[in-house]
Design a protein around this ligand. Structure first.
Ligand code: OZZ
Ligand code: MG
Length: 214
């Protein structure tokens, strides 16, 4: 039977990356996506912006919305301090299965918890299920029409504190207009746009970094 693109991406990691070396896993995926098949990873150009925000925030608790194959999960986790953790929500069980193997190849299982299901159901359960108080950093990279409702849900569930950072992928392409309007006009956020390009292409895209003001 025909393999899927995530399966081919995983095979490229297992073939070309060194076990336990997260940067080689990131490199292998970027090479696969540039040379073989485009895939919706945040990619190397926007990935550098992601790295700089993670390094600046130095988060202890991270939430990622949209794991896909685990590319940004590995990128973020490789920069976290020793006891820091990332919870990443993935709706598609096939993607989650691939992501767990990519994460294992990088040797980052201890820092990452892949949780399967819809964000709208899991966000309200974060405190009781995972003992989370608030998130220091949230990386939004899932369905673009869920960015705004999930941000409001995070607020309502008390999962953001003064200084929590939201970092959103694809605010230009495919675009998240309602989310962008909200974080740029709400008095509860200080927002900043990092102009870049859609992964592995010349099209414009960018990340929006928003600080929750409480
Ligand atoms: O559509 C895009 N992303 C949607 C991602 C969705 C991911 O989030 C998961 N999820 C997890 C939890 C949920 O509750 C819902 C979905 C889905 O199962 C999928 O793994 C996209 C598209 C382009 N593009 O160029 O077309 C570029 C990008 O960088 C993108 O991120
Ligand atoms: Mg994206």
């Amino acid at each position: 039977t025909q393999s899927t693109r995530p399966q081919r991406l995983l095979h490229a990691v297992q073939k070309n990356a060194t076990r336990g070396d997260p940067r080689s896993v990131v490199k292998a995926i970027d090479n696969f996506c540039r040379q073989k098949e485009w895939a919706m990873n945040v990619g190397d150009e926007k990935g550098c912006i992601l790295d700089s925000v993670v390094s600046e925030v130095n988060p202890v608790t991270v939430l990622e919305l949209g794991t896909y194959c685990g590319y940004s999960t590995v990128r973020i986790a490789s920069l976290l301090p020793p006891r820091a953790k990332i919870i990443t929500l993935e709706f598609n069980p096939d993607y989650a299965k691939i992501a767990r193997q990519v994460i294992a190849w990088a040797g980052l299982e201890d820092k990452i918890q892949v949780v399967e299901g819809p964000s709208g159901e899991w966000i309200p359960k974060m405190k009781e299920q995972f003992g989370v108080k608030t998130f220091d950093l949230v990386f939004l990279d899932h369905w673009k029409d869920r960015y705004l409702p999930d941000t409001k849900l995070l607020e309502d569930c008390g999962l953001l504190r003064k200084g929590s950072i939201l970092l959103a992928d694809n605010v230009i392409c495919p675009g998240t207009p309602d989310y962008l309007e909200y974080v740029r006009n709400s008095p509860r956020y200080k927002s900043q746009y990092f102009k870049s390009h859609l992964e592995y292409t010349k099209a414009e895209d960018g990340l929006e970094k928003s600080v929750f003001l409480g």
